[in-house]
Design a protein around this ligand. Structure first.
Ligand code: PMV
Length: 364
C-alpha cells in the first residue's frame, strides 16, 4: 500500500453533527524505534506489546461549521480545558487533512482522559493519538458505510502515525510491527501491522509492571531525540542492529525461548539509551533508581534463574516484563525489593492487551 491508498473515497454526505468515542491502549516496544525520516517514516522497523491497563479514552463531538479555512476544536483533559495540548493537535490535523479533509468542515470537542496518572512519566501520546485517530475514522465510516474493517484499522494506524510515530502500534493487540521488514509479510513503514505469525504460549499473558521512578516531565522530548539520530555517529549500525534484532525476535516468538527474549529486549533498551548518551548534544534520561532497579533485576535473575527482564522507553521508568508462570514470585520480588526505588512507591501492574475498543455513548 502507498500513501495514495489512504486518500478519501466518500460516497455519502457529511453528517451535520454527532459523537463518537474510543478507548486506545498504550504500548511498550521490544525492538525500539529511534530515528526517523521525513513524514514520520521510521529509520528501522520496531515491534511492541500492546498494553491493557494503560489507556486513553477519547470522545469526539462534531458539529458542521460555516467556514472551512481553519481547524476549530476545544480540548479537555479530565474535564478541564487543556490549552497546552492544542498546538500538537493542530500539527496533527494539518498533517492528516489531506487524508481526512472533513477535519476542516467541523468544529470538534475532544474530551480525553488517561487511565494512568497525568504526571506519571508515562507518555500518553501513543494511546492519545491512537484514540483520536480511531474517532476520526469512525466519522469517516459514516460517509463510507461499506468500509472494510481491516482498512478502517489500517487507516486509523496510518493517521495515528502522523500524530506520534509509535501511536500507530497502539490500536490492535497483542504484538504489533511497524516498519518494513523483509521477513514479515505485510509490514509497512506507513502503519502498524498485527504480528501475523504464530506466537508461543509463553508470551500469551505476559506481564509488564511499570515502576514509576521519575514522574516529572522529560528533559528531552522524543521529537528532539529522534532528530539527534540525524548525523549520529552510530546511527546506521543501530538501524541495522534493530532490523536484525527483529529477525531474531521472530524466531524467539515462535520457539518461546525466554532466555533469548531477555537478551534481545534488554539489549534494545540499553542501546536506546546508549544512543541518547552518544548524541550531540548528549543526554541521560535514566536516574540513579533506574540503575538500582536494573541491578536488582539482574541479581534476582541470577539467583532464581527466572526469566524476568526490563525494558525502558524514553524516560527513567522501568518496565518489568515476565511471563504468567512466574507472576507470583516476581510480584513478591517487586514489592520486597523494587518498590522502594519508585517515586512515592508508585507502580502500575499492566499486561499484554487485546487492543482498542469503541465505546458506547449513552443515549440521553
Ligand atoms: O512515538 P514517539 O515519537 O514518541 O517515539 C517513541 C520512542 C520510543 O518509545 C523510545 C521507542 C518506541 O519504539 O516506542
Amino acid at each position: 500500500m502507498t500513501e495514495k491508498d489512504f486518500l478519501p473515497k466518500h460516497t455519502e454526505a457529511l453528517p451535520e453533527s454527532g459523537k463518537v468515542a474510543w478507548k486506545a491502549p498504550s504500548n511498550i516496544a521490544l525492538v525500539k524505534y529511534w530515528g526517523k525520516k521525513e513524514n514520520q517514516i521510521p529509520a528501522n522497523p520496531s515491534i511492541s506489546f500492546t498494553l491493557d491497563a494503560c489507556a486513553t479514552r477519547t470522545t469526539l463531538s462534531f458539529q458542521k461549521k460555516e467556514t472551512t479555512s481553519k481547524f476549530s476544536f476545544d480540548l479537555y483533559l479530565d474535564g478541564k480545558p487543556k490549552a497546552d495540548f492544542k498546538p500538537k493537535i493542530e500539527v496533527f490535523f494539518d498533517r492528516i487533512a489531506e487524508y481526512v479533509p472533513f477535519v476542516k468542515e467541523y468544529h470538534f470537542v475532544i474530551e480525553t482522559s488517561n487511565s494512568f496518572p497525568h504526571s506519571s512519566g508515562i507518555a500518553s501520546s501513543a494511546s492519545g493519538m491512537s484514540a483520536l485517530a480511531l474517532c476520526l475514522m469512525d466519522l469517516e465510516r459514516h460517509m463510507q458505510p461499506n468500509m472494510d474493517p481491516s482498512f478502517f484499522m489500517r487507516k486509523a494506524s496510518f493517521l495515528a502515525r502522523l500524530g506520534s510515530g509509535s501511536a500507530c502500534r497502539s490500536l490492535e493487540g497483542d504484538l504489533v510491527v511497524w516498519g518494513k521488514h523483509e521477513s514479515i509479510e505485510g509490514s509497512s513503514n506507513l502503519f502498524g501491522l498485527k504480528y501475523p505469525y504464530k506466537v508461543h504460549d509463553n508470551f500469551k499473558h505476559y506481564h509488564d509492571t511499570i515502576l514509576l521512578v521519575d514522574k516529572g516531565e522529560k528533559q528531552v522530548s522524543s521529537t528532539v531525540g529522534h532528530n539527534l539520530m540525524h548525523g549520529h555517529p552510530f546511527a546506521e549500525e543501530r538501524f541495522k542492529q534493530a532490523y536484525h534484532n527483529l529477525t531474531s525476535l521472530q524466531t524467539i516468538l515462535e520457539s518461546g525461548d525466554l532466555e533469548e527474549f531477555v537478551k534481545v529486549v534488554e539489549s534494545e533498551a540499553l542501546t536506546l539509551h546508549a544512543m541518547m548518551m552518544s548524541s550531540n548534544p548528549y543526554f541521560i534520561l535514566m536516574k540513579p533508581n533506574t540503575l538500582e532497579i536494573i541491578n536488582k533485576i539482574w541479581g534476582f535473575r541470577k539467583e532464581t534463574g527466572m526469566p524476568v527482564c526490563f525494558t525502558l522507553d524514553a524516560g527513567a521508568n522501568v518496565h518489568v516484563l515476565y511471563p504468567e508462570s512466574i507472576k507470583d514470585s516476581v510480584i513478591q520480588f517487586i514489592q520486597d525489593e523494587l518498590v522502594a526505588h519508585c517515586d512515592n512507591g508508585h507502580y502500575i501492574c499492566d499486561r499484554i492487551g487485546t487492543g482498542a475498543k469503541e465505546l458506547i455513548i449513552p443515549k440521553k
